[in-house]
Design a protein. Structure first.
Length: 303
């Protein structure tokens, strides 16, 4: 994370080893909040942080770098960060020099009276050491304050929510998340796909439904984003909600046209018949021992 930069090679793009990270998002659970789409982004950040751990993501925030694409047919997946190594060695050498000057000024006889030497040694040691401390404090800050808390603070701030930089801040957090997933792909030598299952959207208010579609567009705006959305909705309910909002401008107020553009692979499940419903009920009853016991007891009592 700190000293190596990942490289996306052609061999990595051809890997067939896939890992799917499934995240369930029930829009009905966030229907009471003002910004339903923010709940989608915070749920994504929270589950990614839980899956990989808080420490790797915090270190990546401070020291990580976006993976680069290999040039030509190179198969080298890791490149040493020479600049980072030189800066670290420089800080350590300056720190060692400052500490040495300070020790000499304090311990060597005949030099103890030189106040300027003590001040110089203390200044050099403190300046070089403060850079290392600031880096450690930045990692600690990201470790304690998660991406979910950052987005929640932004959404709670009425002063900042109306500014143009609001969505850019949200997009910045998402970009860091996408870069971290790309880093972990190279590190784990597999492809990662984050699958978000969105349900309960047809139970929310119209303006909040449009906000979730905008959040999906924000997450999918990066061509390399490893996100897959599974949207389970009733079009007869969602379309009127979309047509009541301002997102239909330029689409002739046609909600179905908007859905066709937002959903890449639409498909519908036919309505269940009487026999299928009966089989589903019987299968559900078999999984409940208490219900099976009552049915058996009832049949015995009748006989």
């Amino acid at each position: 994370l700190a000293f190596y930069e990942p490289v996306v090679t052609e061999g990595h793009l051809r890997r067939k080893n896939l890992e799917f990270i499934f995240i369930r998002f029930s829009a009905w659970e966030f229907a009471g909040c003002d910004k339903l789409w923010a709940g989608l982004v915070t749920t994504l950040c929270h589950h990614i942080r839980q899956h990989f751990g808080a420490l790797p993501l915090s270190v990546f925030h401070v020291l990580g770098s976006r993976p680069r694409f290999a040039s030509g047919f190179s198969q080298r997946e890791w490149i040493l960060k020479k600049g980072t190594c030189l800066r670290l060695w420089g800080l350590l050498l300056v720190l060692a020099a400052g500490v040495a000057i300070l020790l000499v000024a304090l311990l060597v006889p005949g030099i103890k009276d030189h106040h300027a030497l003590k001040v110089a040694g203390s200044a050099v040691a403190s300046l070089s050491g403060s850079s290392l401390v600031l880096g450690a404090l930045s990692i600690l800050k990201n470790l304690l304050v998660s991406e979910k808390k950052k987005i929640e603070r932004l959404t709670d701030s009425d002063r900042f929510a109306g500014q143009l930089g609001f969505m850019s801040k949200i997009r910045g957090e998402v970009e860091v998340l996408v870069d971290f997933l790309a880093f972990m792909e190279v590190f784990e030598r597999r492809r990662l796909r984050v699958v978000l299952e969105i349900t309960g959207l047809d139970l929310c208010y119209p303006e909040k439904v449009a906000g979730v579609f905008n959040a999906m567009a924000t997450l999918l705006s990066d061509a390399n984003a490893p996100f897959i959305f599974l949207l389970a909705v009733d079009p007869s309910v969602i379309v009127p909600c979309l047509e009541q909002t301002g997102c239909m401008k330029g689409l002739a107020d046609n909600g179905y046209l908007y859905l066709n553009r937002a959903v890449t692979l639409p498909f519908s499940i036919p309505e269940m018949g009487a026999r299928s419903r009966l089989r589903s009920v019987e299968a559900a009853i078999r999984t409940r021992e208490d219900l099976m016991y009552r049915i058996i007891a009832g049949n015995v009592a009748k006989t």
